[in-house]
Write a protein that binds this ligand. Structure first.
Ligand code: SAM
Length: 385
């Protein structure tokens, strides 16, 4: 199977099968795997551009084109946009690939559409249109930040992300958690390195955990920040990591075995009020800050789901506040950028973290974002009690 056909299949699994690109393509492996990943990610990042170009060139609604053929055409447009492969090679390889995919009768159609796209040139679109940002979302970000910053955000969100590595201290492990039934604690094999975005590391550090402290991570899987908290508390401290999702909790417990993993709904936490020195609430959110790694979020995000998540975040914040000891600290973060999921939750005594120069202040917190620095989008705010 050629890389192009593999990429078309991967794109189909992401667009219609619910697969996440960072999971499906994350371990690209050999050179061909990297080509497959690049073709697929470019197609996801130019989804709006491809749909505009293909709609004009094919003269028919895109929904009328067979799914696999449409995916292959999207891959070709992403490649034409990238400009590394000569257009005639993109066209002839796509024609071969559509046959390989089992659609020989579509070969002439693919050839004609791509020739038309090449001869008319790709449409000149703004960043949000190229990405294919839904109209309602484009409008919301524009209304909150202004048109110029919104456009810079969408442009930066269409670029590949860098990664950071964070070492997990193998000494930080505990056998029991006072007040937590053993049955709630997942198994914990060996620790490892975590791949983590600098914005996530900044959030974990905003908690300013001291060795020996008792720390709660209230929405913790897959455990990227948990690992950092664990290293900061050291062997004398304690990190309790809660997540509502069973499989994610199990996997996270394998990745970060030194924490005490508890599967629970953070809206009904099984701990007494005032139990923890530090609480991190890295809340479930729409994930719009992570588009560089998962551009397909734009194909799935719904306005009603954003509203539901904002409500859930509010409930989790209420619980998190109650679990912090007097004199302790709560950090609220989300990897998204909409006001209803970020600034709307923090007023009164909330503040932005000290010493964080990346990003910019936003309301009572700090906004990190790919157009403001080399990080994912993340909102972080601190409440000292
Ligand atoms: C943004 S992710 C956390 C990422 C994690 N802190 C990290 O750095 O790796 C949000 C997590 O919240 C979990 N979650 C969703 N609803 C929850 C709830 N009601 N209580 C606890 N966890 C929840 C999800 O399963 C997801 O793993």
């Amino acid at each position: 199977m050629t890389a192009r056909v593999r990429a078309a299949r991967a794109l189909g699994r992401i667009l219609r099968g619910g697969a996440w690109s960072n999971v499906l393509l994350g371990n690209a492996g050999d050179d061909e795997g990297r080509v497959v990943a690049a073709l697929t990610m470019d197609a996801l990042r130019t989804h709006g551009l491809a749909d505009t170009a293909l709609g004009e060139a094919s003269g028919r609604p895109l929904a009328k084109i067979q799914d696999e053929v449409r995916d292959l055409l999207r891959i070709a447009v992403g490649e034409l946009d990238r400009g590394r492969t000569p257009p005639e090679i993109v066209t002839s390889a796509s024609v071969d690939a559509v046959r390989e995919l089992g659609h020989p009768r579509a070969a002439g159609f693919v050839n004609g559409v791509l020739r038309s796209v090449v001869s008319s040139g790709l449409p000149d679109l703004g960043a949000a249109e190229r990405l294919g940002v839904p109209e309602w979302l484009r409008g919301r970000v524009r209304a909150e930040w202004g048109a110029a910053e919104a456009e810079r955000f969408w442009a930066a969100s269409a670029e590949p992300a860098r990664v950071g590595l964070y070492g997990v201290d193998p000494e930080s492990s505990h056998d029991r958690v006072p007040g937590v039934p053993d049955a709630w604690l997942a198994d914990r094999p060996d620790p490892a390195f975590q791949v983590i975005d600098p914005a996530s590391a900044a959030v974990a550090r905003a908690l300013e955990v001291e060795p020996g402290e008792r720390v709660l991570d209230l929405a913790a899987a897959p455990g990227g920040k948990t690992a950092i908290l664990l290293a900061a508390t050291g062997p004398a401290g304690l990190v309790v990591a809660v997540d509502h999702h069973a499989r994610r909790t199990r996997t996270a417990a394998e990745r970060v075995p030194g924490a005490h993993w508890v599967r629970a709904d953070g809206r009904h936490p099984p701990f007494d009020a005032g139990t923890f020195d530090r609480v991190l609430l890295d809340a479930p959110c729409s994930g719009l800050g992570t588009l560089r790694r998962r551009p397909e979020i734009l194909r799935r995000v719904q306005e009603s789901e954003v509203d539901r998540l904002a409500h859930l975040q509010g409930d989790l914040i209420d619980q998190a506040k109650a679990l912090v000891k007097p004199g302790g600290r709560l950090v609220f973060s989300v990897c998204t950028v909409l006001a209803s999921e970020t600034t709307a939750h923090v007023d009164g005594g909330w503040r932005e973290p000290d010493g964080l120069s990346a990003g910019r202040p936003w309301g009572k917190g700090r906004l990190l974002a790919p157009h403001l620095g080399p990080t994912d989008g993340m909102f972080v705010s601190i409440l000292d009690s």
